[in-house]
Design a protein around this ligand. Structure first.
Ligand code: AMP
Length: 283
């Protein structure tokens, strides 16, 4: 595995691969890698002949400075995991590499109603920061395919829209959520939970699974209220939002029939840690 710590090293490594006509798969991450990230690497190695990953804690997508400061960083373990799982090239840039002109006055994207809801509404500036870094990474790596996790459901929609608007010849592949054995969606932030919080956090996904069953027989409003009340009844958990949305427009629906595919998206504060999860309602 080639580890590139700056742009020039990355471009040199990619030049060689591209002249060999390799199909390049790209997996952008912020590190502190877990089985969810590694599943994206596996999807890429299955579909492409070269897999490039990036590890970059992107400061401009954090709307909360404490979250940025406490974001877990485990570079040595990450590199070991990537190598063991067939990653060919990893790009680990410094902030100055991605933002040579600084992190202020960056390009501004407008994703319309895709970014005015859920994560976009509760984390001002978050998706602009995501779009800025993803576009810069795409421009450097120029992958054929890029792999993202459905855990960040709204992010996938934003990235697809970015690719569409910028007319980038990149296929976006959305991969399933990888969960712990008790159902908790894997997240780099899970390591910041206390043992008690970690136990209680499983109630988030367990409630979503129960809601999936409830949705077979109940109206949407009943299911919505059930999720909010059940999670809020757990002392360590506080729902920031739960919404049931159309999976392509991301807009809130009030009847199951209003969407071809309805998805329930939740953000929950577990002590000082904010977690997100989502579930598709099959009816
Ligand atoms: P992050 O390092 O949190 O920016 O995540 C990098 C990529 O991994 C994103 O595309 C995430 O959606 C994806 N990812 C994170 N957690 C999971 C998970 N539990 N299952 C599948 N993909 C995930």
């Amino acid at each position: 595995m080639i580890v590139c710590t700056n742009k020039n090293a990355l471009l040199t490594a990619l030049d060689t691969l591209k002249t060999q006509g390799k199909i390049i798969g790209f997996v952008p991450t912020m590190g502190a890698l877990h089985a969810g990230h590694i599943s994206l690497i596996h999807h890429s190695t299955a579909e492409c002949n070269t897999t490039v990953a990036s590890i970059f804690v992107n400061p401009v997508q954090f709307n909360n400075p404490a979250d940025l400061q406490t974001y877990p960083r485990t570079l040595d373990a990450d590199l070991e995991l990537l190598e063991k799982n067939g990653c060919d090239v990893v790009f680990v840039p410094q902030v100055e590499d991605m933002y040579p002109e600084g992190t202020q006055n960056l390009e501004a994207y407008n994703f319309g109603t895709l970014e005015t809801v859920m994560e976009g509404a509760f984390r001002p500036g978050h998706f602009n920061g995501v779009a800025v870094v993803v576009k810069r990474l795409f421009d450097l790596v120029q992958p054929d395919k890029a792999f993202f996790g459905n855990k960040d459901f709204q992010q996938v929609a934003i990235v697809r829209e970015l690719v569409r608007r910028c007319m980038l010849p990149i296929e976006i592949v959305a991969c399933p959520i990888v969960r712990q054995s008790d159902g908790l969606a894997m997240s780099s932030r899970n390591v910041r939970l206390s043992p008690e919080e970690r136990t209680q956090a499983a109630k988030i996904s367990q409630t979503l699974f129960a809601a999936q069953t409830l949705a077979q027989t109940e109206i949407l409003q009943t299911v919505k209220q059930y999720v909010i009340d059940t999670i809020n009844a757990v002392p360590e958990l506080e729902v920031e939002y739960f919404d049931i949305v159309d999976n392509s427009t991301l807009q809130s629906i009030s009847l199951w029939e209003d969407a071809e595919q309805a998805v329930g998206c939740v953000a929950v504060n577990v002590g000082a840690v904010r977690l997100i999860d989502n579930i598709a309602f099959m009816r």
